[in-house]
Design a binder for this molecule. Sequence first.
Ligand SMILES: Nc1nc2c(ncn2[C@@H]2O[C@H](COP(=O)(O)OP(=O)(O)OP(=O)(O)O)[C@@H](O)[C@H]2O)c(=O)[nH]1
Ligand SMILES: [Zn+2]
Length: 287
Amino acid sequence: MTGIIVRGVGGFYEVRKADGGAITCKAGGRFRKMGMKPMVGDRVELEPDGEMGFIVKILPRKNAMVRPPVANVDQAVVVISAGNPPPDYELADKLLVMGEMLGIELAVCINKCDEGAADGRDYALAGYPVFRTSAKTGEGLGALKEQLKGKVSFLAGQSGVGKSSILNQLLTGAELETGRVNEKLGRGRHTTRKAELLYSPEGFYVADTPGFSLLSLEAMEPERLKEFYPEFAPYEGECRFLGCNHGREPDCAVAAAAEAGEISKARLMRYRKLLSEIGEMWRNRYG
Ligand SMILES: Nc1nc2c(ncn2[C@@H]2O[C@H](COP(=O)(O)OP(=O)(O)OP(=O)(O)O)[C@@H](O)[C@H]2O)c(=O)[nH]1
Ligand SMILES: [Zn+2]
Protein backbone atom coordinates (compact mmCIF):
# COMPACT_ATOMS: atom_id res chain seq x y z
CA MET A 1 0.00 0.00 0.00
CA THR A 2 1.30 3.50 -0.78
CA GLY A 3 0.18 6.96 0.22
CA ILE A 4 1.13 10.55 1.04
CA ILE A 5 1.66 11.89 4.56
CA VAL A 6 -0.70 14.84 5.00
CA ARG A 7 -0.19 15.50 8.70
CA GLY A 8 2.02 14.52 11.60
CA VAL A 9 1.11 14.83 15.26
CA GLY A 10 3.15 13.45 18.16
CA GLY A 11 4.73 10.55 16.29
CA PHE A 12 1.55 9.62 14.40
CA TYR A 13 1.04 10.34 10.74
CA GLU A 14 -2.11 10.70 8.75
CA VAL A 15 -1.58 9.11 5.35
CA ARG A 16 -3.84 9.64 2.39
CA LYS A 17 -3.84 6.28 0.58
CA ALA A 18 -3.38 6.00 -3.17
CA ASP A 19 -6.54 3.88 -3.38
CA GLY A 20 -8.60 6.44 -1.44
CA GLY A 21 -9.26 7.07 2.22
CA ALA A 22 -6.96 8.12 5.01
CA ILE A 23 -5.23 6.01 7.63
CA THR A 24 -3.38 6.88 10.83
CA CYS A 25 0.12 5.41 10.90
CA LYS A 26 3.07 4.85 13.15
CA ALA A 27 6.60 4.99 11.83
CA GLY A 28 8.56 3.07 14.45
CA GLY A 29 12.19 3.57 15.32
CA ARG A 30 13.78 2.47 12.10
CA PHE A 31 13.78 5.90 10.43
CA ARG A 32 15.20 7.57 13.50
CA LYS A 33 18.12 5.15 13.37
CA MET A 34 18.70 6.14 9.75
CA GLY A 35 18.61 9.81 10.77
CA MET A 36 15.41 10.34 8.81
CA LYS A 37 12.10 11.68 9.97
CA PRO A 38 8.96 11.21 7.93
CA MET A 39 7.62 14.60 6.84
CA VAL A 40 4.41 15.95 5.41
CA GLY A 41 4.39 15.32 1.66
CA ASP A 42 6.44 12.13 1.89
CA ARG A 43 5.36 9.30 -0.39
CA VAL A 44 5.39 6.21 1.81
CA GLU A 45 4.82 2.48 1.72
CA LEU A 46 2.57 1.09 4.43
CA GLU A 47 1.69 -2.18 6.02
CA PRO A 48 -1.58 -2.63 7.86
CA ASP A 49 -1.24 -2.81 11.64
CA GLY A 50 -4.66 -3.50 13.11
CA GLU A 51 -6.80 -0.38 12.66
CA MET A 52 -3.70 1.65 11.93
CA GLY A 53 -0.88 1.47 9.43
CA PHE A 54 2.85 1.13 9.78
CA ILE A 55 5.17 3.19 7.56
CA VAL A 56 7.81 0.80 6.26
CA LYS A 57 9.45 2.92 3.58
CA ILE A 58 9.86 6.60 2.64
CA LEU A 59 10.25 6.94 -1.11
CA PRO A 60 13.04 9.25 -2.35
CA ARG A 61 12.11 12.94 -2.04
CA LYS A 62 12.20 15.17 -5.08
CA ASN A 63 12.59 18.19 -2.79
CA ALA A 64 12.04 19.20 0.82
CA MET A 65 10.85 22.71 1.54
CA VAL A 66 11.68 24.44 4.80
CA ARG A 67 8.76 26.84 4.78
CA PRO A 68 6.27 25.26 4.70
CA PRO A 69 8.02 22.05 5.85
CA VAL A 70 6.64 19.86 3.07
CA ALA A 71 8.37 17.32 0.81
CA ASN A 72 7.72 16.69 -2.88
CA VAL A 73 6.25 20.09 -3.61
CA ASP A 74 5.27 20.50 -7.26
CA GLN A 75 4.10 24.08 -7.42
CA ALA A 76 3.89 27.47 -5.74
CA VAL A 77 1.10 29.92 -6.51
CA VAL A 78 2.18 33.51 -5.94
CA VAL A 79 -0.84 35.56 -4.89
CA ILE A 80 -1.03 39.29 -5.56
CA SER A 81 -3.86 41.62 -4.57
CA ALA A 82 -5.53 43.71 -7.25
CA GLY A 83 -7.15 45.87 -4.57
CA ASN A 84 -6.26 46.46 -0.96
CA PRO A 85 -3.37 45.98 -0.04
CA PRO A 86 -2.07 47.47 -3.29
CA PRO A 87 -0.17 44.97 -5.47
CA ASP A 88 3.39 44.39 -4.31
CA TYR A 89 5.09 43.37 -7.53
CA GLU A 90 8.58 43.53 -6.06
CA LEU A 91 7.65 40.92 -3.51
CA ALA A 92 5.93 38.79 -6.15
CA ASP A 93 9.07 38.89 -8.30
CA LYS A 94 11.18 37.74 -5.35
CA LEU A 95 8.82 34.89 -4.58
CA LEU A 96 8.95 33.78 -8.21
CA VAL A 97 12.76 33.90 -8.14
CA MET A 98 12.71 31.63 -5.09
CA GLY A 99 10.39 29.22 -6.86
CA GLU A 100 12.67 29.20 -9.89
CA MET A 101 15.64 28.46 -7.61
CA LEU A 102 13.79 25.44 -6.28
CA GLY A 103 12.84 24.32 -9.76
CA ILE A 104 9.14 23.99 -8.96
CA GLU A 105 6.21 24.94 -11.18
CA LEU A 106 4.94 28.47 -10.69
CA ALA A 107 1.67 30.25 -11.26
CA VAL A 108 0.46 33.76 -10.46
CA CYS A 109 -2.92 34.52 -8.95
CA ILE A 110 -4.22 38.09 -9.05
CA ASN A 111 -6.84 37.96 -6.30
CA LYS A 112 -9.37 40.62 -5.26
CA CYS A 113 -10.09 41.23 -8.94
CA ASP A 114 -13.46 42.52 -7.72
CA GLU A 115 -11.51 45.48 -6.28
CA GLY A 116 -9.09 46.41 -9.06
CA ALA A 117 -8.03 45.99 -12.65
CA ALA A 118 -4.49 44.57 -12.27
CA ASP A 119 -4.15 41.89 -14.91
CA GLY A 120 -0.72 40.34 -14.25
CA ARG A 121 0.43 41.05 -17.79
CA ASP A 122 4.08 41.29 -16.64
CA TYR A 123 3.86 37.70 -15.56
CA ALA A 124 1.96 36.44 -18.57
CA LEU A 125 4.72 37.94 -20.75
CA ALA A 126 7.24 36.06 -18.60
CA GLY A 127 5.43 32.82 -19.46
CA TYR A 128 3.70 32.17 -16.15
CA PRO A 129 0.08 31.03 -16.04
CA VAL A 130 -1.91 33.93 -14.59
CA PHE A 131 -5.29 33.61 -12.90
CA ARG A 132 -7.52 36.53 -11.99
CA THR A 133 -9.61 35.49 -9.03
CA SER A 134 -11.91 36.79 -6.37
CA ALA A 135 -12.34 34.79 -3.21
CA LYS A 136 -15.30 37.09 -2.58
CA THR A 137 -17.29 36.51 -5.78
CA GLY A 138 -15.76 33.14 -6.73
CA GLU A 139 -14.57 34.44 -10.07
CA GLY A 140 -11.64 32.54 -11.57
CA LEU A 141 -11.41 29.97 -8.78
CA GLY A 142 -12.48 27.14 -11.10
CA ALA A 143 -9.59 27.88 -13.46
CA LEU A 144 -7.15 28.11 -10.55
CA LYS A 145 -8.38 24.75 -9.30
CA GLU A 146 -7.58 23.19 -12.67
CA GLN A 147 -4.01 24.45 -12.25
CA LEU A 148 -3.76 22.66 -8.90
CA LYS A 149 -5.09 19.28 -10.01
CA GLY A 150 -2.68 16.37 -9.80
CA LYS A 151 -0.12 18.43 -7.85
CA VAL A 152 1.08 19.34 -4.38
CA SER A 153 1.06 23.14 -4.16
CA PHE A 154 1.35 25.97 -1.71
CA LEU A 155 0.37 29.61 -1.83
CA ALA A 156 2.76 32.47 -1.19
CA GLY A 157 2.27 36.21 -1.04
CA GLN A 158 1.96 39.34 1.00
CA SER A 159 -0.21 39.41 4.10
CA GLY A 160 -3.85 40.23 3.39
CA VAL A 161 -3.94 39.30 -0.31
CA GLY A 162 -6.48 36.56 0.42
CA LYS A 163 -4.49 33.32 0.63
CA SER A 164 -6.59 31.82 3.44
CA SER A 165 -9.78 32.96 1.77
CA ILE A 166 -8.77 31.26 -1.47
CA LEU A 167 -7.91 28.03 0.38
CA ASN A 168 -11.26 28.08 2.13
CA GLN A 169 -13.07 28.53 -1.15
CA LEU A 170 -11.11 25.78 -2.88
CA LEU A 171 -11.35 23.26 -0.07
CA THR A 172 -14.71 23.62 1.65
CA GLY A 173 -15.79 20.01 1.00
CA ALA A 174 -12.37 18.60 1.72
CA GLU A 175 -12.08 19.77 5.30
CA LEU A 176 -15.39 18.20 6.17
CA GLU A 177 -14.12 14.91 4.84
CA THR A 178 -11.00 14.80 7.00
CA GLY A 179 -12.86 15.80 10.18
CA ARG A 180 -13.05 12.24 11.45
CA VAL A 181 -9.31 11.66 11.13
CA ASN A 182 -8.57 14.99 12.81
CA GLU A 183 -10.44 13.73 15.84
CA LYS A 184 -8.42 10.55 16.01
CA LEU A 185 -5.18 12.53 15.91
CA GLY A 186 -6.42 14.76 18.70
CA ARG A 187 -6.06 17.95 16.76
CA GLY A 188 -6.71 20.96 18.92
CA ARG A 189 -4.96 19.56 21.96
CA HIS A 190 -1.61 20.48 20.50
CA THR A 191 -0.71 24.11 20.49
CA THR A 192 2.26 23.98 18.11
CA ARG A 193 1.01 24.03 14.58
CA LYS A 194 2.93 22.24 11.88
CA ALA A 195 2.33 22.38 8.18
CA GLU A 196 -0.37 20.12 6.84
CA LEU A 197 -1.45 19.17 3.39
CA LEU A 198 -5.11 19.80 2.72
CA TYR A 199 -6.51 17.17 0.41
CA SER A 200 -9.22 17.86 -2.12
CA PRO A 201 -11.27 14.94 -3.42
CA GLU A 202 -11.04 16.76 -6.76
CA GLY A 203 -7.47 15.47 -6.88
CA PHE A 204 -5.00 17.92 -5.46
CA TYR A 205 -3.12 18.84 -2.30
CA VAL A 206 -2.39 22.32 -0.94
CA ALA A 207 -0.30 23.23 2.11
CA ASP A 208 -2.39 24.93 4.79
CA THR A 209 0.38 27.46 5.50
CA PRO A 210 1.90 29.93 3.04
CA GLY A 211 5.49 29.57 2.01
CA PHE A 212 8.91 30.97 1.27
CA SER A 213 11.37 32.85 3.37
CA LEU A 214 12.99 35.88 1.79
CA LEU A 215 16.21 34.93 3.59
CA SER A 216 17.10 32.59 0.76
CA LEU A 217 17.69 35.57 -1.54
CA GLU A 218 20.36 37.05 0.70
CA ALA A 219 22.96 34.51 -0.34
CA MET A 220 22.24 34.93 -4.04
CA GLU A 221 25.23 35.60 -6.25
CA PRO A 222 24.18 38.72 -8.24
CA GLU A 223 25.44 37.27 -11.55
CA ARG A 224 23.00 34.40 -11.14
CA LEU A 225 19.80 36.41 -10.63
CA LYS A 226 19.06 36.61 -14.37
CA GLU A 227 18.89 32.80 -14.58
CA PHE A 228 15.66 32.93 -12.57
CA TYR A 229 13.78 35.19 -15.01
CA PRO A 230 12.49 32.74 -17.62
CA GLU A 231 11.60 35.50 -20.07
CA PHE A 232 15.29 36.46 -20.42
CA ALA A 233 16.32 32.98 -21.57
CA PRO A 234 15.60 33.41 -25.30
CA TYR A 235 17.93 36.43 -25.39
CA GLU A 236 20.87 34.97 -23.47
CA GLY A 237 24.03 35.19 -25.53
CA GLU A 238 22.63 37.93 -27.77
CA CYS A 239 23.83 40.92 -25.76
CA ARG A 240 26.96 42.78 -26.83
CA PHE A 241 28.88 41.77 -23.73
CA LEU A 242 29.51 38.21 -22.73
CA GLY A 243 28.08 37.78 -19.23
CA CYS A 244 25.78 40.81 -19.60
CA ASN A 245 23.62 41.12 -16.50
CA HIS A 246 20.96 43.11 -18.37
CA GLY A 247 21.63 46.02 -16.02
CA ARG A 248 23.07 49.16 -17.56
CA GLU A 249 25.31 47.48 -20.14
CA PRO A 250 25.06 48.92 -23.67
CA ASP A 251 23.47 46.91 -26.49
CA CYS A 252 21.62 44.57 -24.17
CA ALA A 253 19.28 42.19 -26.04
CA VAL A 254 16.98 41.92 -23.01
CA ALA A 255 16.63 45.72 -22.83
CA ALA A 256 15.85 45.73 -26.57
CA ALA A 257 13.19 43.05 -26.04
CA ALA A 258 11.61 45.19 -23.33
CA GLU A 259 11.64 48.26 -25.64
CA ALA A 260 9.96 46.14 -28.33
CA GLY A 261 7.29 45.00 -25.86
CA GLU A 262 8.30 41.33 -26.11
CA ILE A 263 8.88 41.19 -22.36
CA SER A 264 7.68 43.46 -19.57
CA LYS A 265 9.67 46.65 -19.18
CA ALA A 266 8.31 47.18 -15.67
CA ARG A 267 9.52 43.75 -14.59
CA LEU A 268 12.94 44.41 -16.15
CA MET A 269 13.15 47.66 -14.14
CA ARG A 270 12.28 45.78 -10.95
CA TYR A 271 14.85 43.11 -11.87
CA ARG A 272 17.52 45.82 -12.12
CA LYS A 273 16.57 47.23 -8.75
CA LEU A 274 16.72 43.77 -7.18
CA LEU A 275 20.03 43.13 -8.94
CA SER A 276 21.57 46.17 -7.27
CA GLU A 277 20.07 45.26 -3.89
CA ILE A 278 21.50 41.78 -4.13
CA GLY A 279 24.80 43.18 -5.35
CA GLU A 280 24.96 45.34 -2.27
CA MET A 281 24.18 42.45 0.06
CA TRP A 282 26.84 40.39 -1.69
CA ARG A 283 29.46 43.11 -1.30
CA ASN A 284 28.59 43.61 2.37
CA ARG A 285 28.94 39.91 2.90
CA TYR A 286 32.05 39.13 0.83
CA GLY A 287 33.45 42.63 0.59
N1 LIG B 1 -12.89 42.16 -1.87
C1 LIG B 1 -12.23 41.04 -1.63
N2 LIG B 1 -11.77 40.77 -0.39
C2 LIG B 1 -11.08 39.62 -0.20
C3 LIG B 1 -10.82 38.71 -1.25
N3 LIG B 1 -10.10 37.69 -0.76
C4 LIG B 1 -9.93 37.93 0.56
N4 LIG B 1 -10.52 39.10 0.91
C5 LIG B 1 -10.50 39.74 2.23
O1 LIG B 1 -9.17 40.19 2.49
C6 LIG B 1 -8.84 40.05 3.87
C7 LIG B 1 -7.56 39.22 4.02
O2 LIG B 1 -7.81 37.91 3.54
P1 LIG B 1 -7.00 36.63 4.05
O3 LIG B 1 -7.55 35.46 3.33
O4 LIG B 1 -6.96 36.59 5.53
O5 LIG B 1 -5.54 37.00 3.52
P2 LIG B 1 -4.16 36.19 3.72
O6 LIG B 1 -3.39 36.38 2.47
O7 LIG B 1 -4.44 34.80 4.13
O8 LIG B 1 -3.49 37.03 4.88
P3 LIG B 1 -2.37 36.55 5.95
O9 LIG B 1 -2.98 35.43 6.75
O10 LIG B 1 -2.11 37.79 6.77
O11 LIG B 1 -1.16 36.15 5.17
C8 LIG B 1 -10.06 39.40 4.51
O12 LIG B 1 -10.83 40.43 5.09
C9 LIG B 1 -10.81 38.78 3.35
O13 LIG B 1 -12.19 38.69 3.57
C10 LIG B 1 -11.32 39.05 -2.56
O14 LIG B 1 -11.12 38.32 -3.54
N5 LIG B 1 -11.99 40.20 -2.69
ZN1 LIG C 1 21.89 41.96 -21.58
